[in-house]
Design a protein around this ligand. Sequence first.
Ligand code: FE
Length: 139
Amino acid sequence: MTNFGYSQEQNEEKKTDSEWKNDLDNLSYQVLRNSYTERPFTGEYNLLFENGAYNCKGCNQQLFTSTNKYKSNCGWPSFDEAIKGSIVYIKDFSNNMNRIEVKCSKCDGHLGHVFNDGPKDTTGKRYCINSAALSFNKK
Ligand code: FE
C-alpha cells in the first residue's frame, strides 16, 4: 500500500486545531484529529446496513459505499473496499502493534485501520472505521 502524500487540494483543506474543535463534535474531533478510537459496539453506524454513501465527517469527501459494508462483528463499521483515491495509508507502530492506519486523503483526518482479515470472497480487506469519523448519506 502507498502513502500518496500531501496534495495541493489537501493543503487547501487545512484548518487550525481550534477551527477543527469548533466544527466537530468532541468525539469526532478526538477521532479525526487525535487518532482516538471510539469504544467498540457504540458507534452509530456499526450496525447500519442501509443503502447510501459514507463521507468523511471532517471534509465530506466520499470514502465508502454501503455496497462494501459488511458484518464483521468486530465492533466498528467494516468495509472491504474504499473509494479509489479517498484514503491514504500510513504504517502505524503505536501501542506495540504493527498496523496500517487509514486517513482521509483530503483533510488528513484519522479514520481507523485496515486489516487483512476481511471477506476472502471479495478483497480480503477489513477497513475498520470509527463511526465518529463518518457521516452517512442515505441513497
Ligand atoms: Fe476528510
